[in-house]
Design a binder for this molecule. Structure first.
Ligand SMILES: [Mg+2]
Length: 410
């Protein structure tokens, strides 16, 4: 059913912001440093030296200093990190054009075409690590696996500077002992909800009856079960380096056909955010938004709206998508697929990655609130299942959540 005969590499920079700072300023090397986001009062990234003192992402500088009085607080410089990411992008595109940036410091690469066997992929991964070290002076952890979910899991397994291969035959044993919260996209609250339902490991999640999962988690139950089984058929998007991009779009086939307008709107928001994040990655803005709706009988309809001004945030695109969607109401059949694209693009001079990331998070939070309202007190963590839906630059641990020390962002 799922295409797990692929070979996907996940590349994740180690303690990214801190490493970039240490590289830029030799006086910081080997020292415990924290990088705090602009205008924020929490740790965005701590160097490995600082982590030895127990300092984590999301702590306040005050808390960090209590753990390590000598810790050096560096003001975050987003431009610097974006610039480093551009360099990483160049390195990766030297190996393949099937590269998708998942966040500012993480990317997926599909190397199936290059032989597909782990041996070839390992060689590629080693070369990538070497080149990033040479060109940027920083290290990364790499995971190689048959899909994105597992590749990300693999890169998490050894930090810093790791290289972990997960083969198809390893999946069952890995999932058996894996706490659910280790799966990309399953956050603290969702973990709590799953644990309450008696589900502690990925395997237990994969084995859970679908009726029970959908009873607790609505249509997300289908996605969760797949995650528990280590299944993920999402493709690695192409990175169009030189090509002139005419439109940026995403479509999504729903796990189950639905007439539920709230559920559909949640998906529209996810797609909008994904399109917005990709536009920003390309440095584009656009002024025509199209919405495709395919029904359960496979008939598809498309509507579009154009504006004088240019749009680039997920929130703006979502607003238009909702206006377009309202024209489809009442729904003629259950919906099977949704697609959003933005055309009439121009290059966007100003990079506003950080700002947009914050905005995206706000709207994601709203969407999840909508889902929660619909399914009662069920606790889908913002950016958790959404990450499962492959959300570009969004992170599982938004810096700025006080008292929320999940996984380190590294
Ligand atoms: Mg990282």
């Amino acid at each position: 059913m799922l295409t797990d005969n692929r070979t996907i590499i996940h590349i994740d920079m180690n303690a990214y912001f801190a490493s970039v700072e240490q590289q830029a300023n030799p006086a910081l090397r080997g020292k415990p440093i924290i990088v705090c986001g602009e205008g924020r009062t929490v740790v965005a990234t701590a160097s490995y030296e600082a982590r030895e003192y127990g300092i984590k992402t999301g702590m306040t500088p005050y808390e960090a200093r209590k753990l390590c009085p000598g810790v050096i607080n560096v003001a975050g410089d987003m431009e610097k990190y974006i610039d480093a990411t551009r360099k990483i992008r160049e390195v990766l595109l030297g190996f393949s054009d099937r590269v998708e940036f998942f966040s500012i410091d993480e990317a997926f690469m599909d190397v199936t075409a290059g032989g597909g066997v782990a041996g070839g992929a390992v060689k590629t991964a080693l070369k990538i690590k070497e080149r990033i070290r040479k060109n940027l002076g920083i290290t990364c952890s790499v995971g190689i696996a048959p899909n994105k979910l597992l590749a990300k899991l693999a890169s998490e397994m050894k930090k810093p500077d790791g290289l972990v291969v997960l083969k198809k035959e390893d999946i069952v044993s890995v999932m058996r002992g894996l706490p659910v919260e280790k799966l990309c996209g399953i956050g603290r609250k969702l973990t709590g909800a799953l644990n309450k339902a008696g589900i502690r490991t990925a395997k237990a999640l994969g084995d859970a009856p679908i009726g029970m999962l959908t009873k607790h988690f609505g249509f997300w139950g289908h996605i969760l079960q797949r995650m528990g089984r280590g299944e993920d058929n999402s493709p690695v998007s192409m990175c169009y380096a030189d090509e002139i991009i005419k439109s940026v779009g995403h479509s999504y086939t729903l796990p189950v056909n639905t007439r539920d307008v709230d559920v559909i709107r949640s998906y529209l928001l996810m797609l909008s955010e994904k399109v917005g994040s990709r536009m920003r990655r390309y440095g584009m803005r656009g002024r025509t938004v199209s919405l495709v709706v395919r029904y359960s009988n496979f008939r598809a309809f498309s509507r579009q709206l154009s504006f004088k001004h240019y749009l680039f945030t997920g929130g703006e695109i979502y607003g238009v998508a909702c206006r377009l969607f309202s024209k489809y109401l009442p729904l003629y059949k259950p919906v099977r697929l949704l697609g959003i694209s933005v055309a009439n693009l121009i290059a966007d001079e100003g990079q506003r990655l950080l700002l947009d990331t914050c905005r995206s998070r706000e709207s994601i939070t709203r969407a999840v609130d909508g889902i929660n309202a619909r399914y009662g007190a069920l606790t889908v963590k913002p950016a958790s299942l959404i990450i499962a839906e492959r959300f570009g630059i969004l992170q599982s641990t938004p810096p700025g959540r006080q008292g929320h020390y999940d996984k380190d962002r590294d």
